[in-house]
Ligand binder design. Structure first.
Ligand SMILES: *[C@@H]1O[C@H](CO)[C@@H](O)[C@H](O)[C@H]1NC(C)=O
Length: 226
């Protein structure tokens, strides 16, 4: 009798356990405001799904990552993303890919991807890469052709060309829509601006220094957001 009830509770546990550890699906976009009727617009996983019988090879194809991009901008860098936005076949697959071009001394400034980790490999030149954890530890390395470096999800990271020639890197990310949040752009270039007194206190600067930064980031967008 006793062993029977143990068996029964064990099988009950086995039945319920998988549900107990299940979690909500991760976000595929910055936010998804709930609506009550389809008439207000419904998105499934960020995009509608095409009728599978109408899918073609081009839905899974992206070309142009062999092309050197123009890095003649303030940062001396350019990122080309192959994500669900321009490779529709990536929808719901949870991966994307990018090419980064760096001029000599070019930089991709501190940013994070809210929805993905990243593995970045150098195909030309030398990069200084690193990420900083929430407890302020810096993990950094100088990487060359054939080397890869990993930026864990949500960690602030950057990459700078420290070589004597232009650099190229390719990166794979585990989200179809990783999102890119640049620290300086969001803090100093938000629209509308954050109250400068609040930023002055947070950054231990005087208000004029903050307003100067806000003016610099106000319209500066050679940065693309994803
Ligand atoms: C990149 O590839 C495309 C398609 O194959 C080709 O037309 C183009 O010439 C290539 N560009 C370079 C710079 O190799």
């Amino acid at each position: 009798m006793k062993s029977l009830s143990v068996l029964a509770s064990l099988s009950l546990l086995a039945l319920t356990f998988p549900f107990a550890i299940a979690s909500d699906p991760s976000q595929l976009q910055d936010f998804c405001v709930g609506v009550n009727t389809p008439a207000d617009g419904v998105y499934v996983n960020g995009k509608y799904c095409k009728d599978p019988s109408l899918a073609t090879a081009d839905d899974f194809f992206f070309t142009g990552l062999n092309e050197t991009q123009d890095t003649d901008n303030e940062l001396g860098s350019f990122v080309t993303f192959a994500s669900a936005d321009n490779v529709p076949g990536l929808n719901t697959l949870g991966i994307s890919f990018a090419r980064a071009d760096f001029a000599v001394n070019g930089l991709i400034p501190a940013h994070f991807h809210p929805r993905s980790s990243e593995i970045l490999g150098v195909s030309q030149g030398t990069l200084l890469v690193g990420f900083v954890t929430s407890d302020k530890r810096l993990f950094t390395k100088t990487i060359n052709v054939g080397d890869v470096f990993v930026f864990p999800q949500g960690q602030v990271h950057l990459a700078a060309n420290v070589g004597k020639v232009p650099a190229v890197a390719f990166a794979a990310l585990n989200s179809q829509n990783p999102g890119t949040t640049y620290i300086s752009e969001t803090v100093f270039g938000s629209n509308p601006p954050i109250n400068p007194d609040v930023l002055a206190k947070a950054f231990r600067l005087d208000v004029t220094a903050i307003m100067d930064l806000q003016a610099k980031f106000d319209d500066s967008s050679n940065i693309k957001t994803y």
